[in-house]
Design a protein around this ligand. Structure first.
Ligand SMILES: [Zn+2]
Length: 86
């Protein structure tokens, strides 16, 4: 997710082939959300959406860290630093 002013955009992390289904991970830039089962069918699906960036496995948090919105990083800087992601 890319934030510019009052707008937000989904940005692909790689080229998308015509007809390819795209998915997004709802656990980026969120804390305290509701968990629900996920059946998206993506190869890397964890089977659940935890609704909280900080409840993701640490390797996924590390992978997603460069993708976090600046406002999220500012709001949770201390928590990110405690995880070595600051
Ligand atoms: Zn899924």
């Amino acid at each position: 997710m890319l934030y510019e002013g009052d707008h937000s955009f989904l940005v692909a992390r790689r080229d998308i082939a015509m007809g390819e289904e795209i998915t997004c991970d709802y656990n980026i830039n969120i804390t305290g959300g509701t968990a629900w089962p996920c059946n998206c069918g993506a190869g890397r699906c964890r089977g659940t959406t935890v609704g909280d960036f900080f409840r993701l496995p640490l390797d996924i948090q590390r992978e997603y860290r460069p993708l976090l919105a600046e406002w999220f990083v500012r709001a949770y800087r201390d928590r990110l630093r405690a995880l070595g992601l600051g």
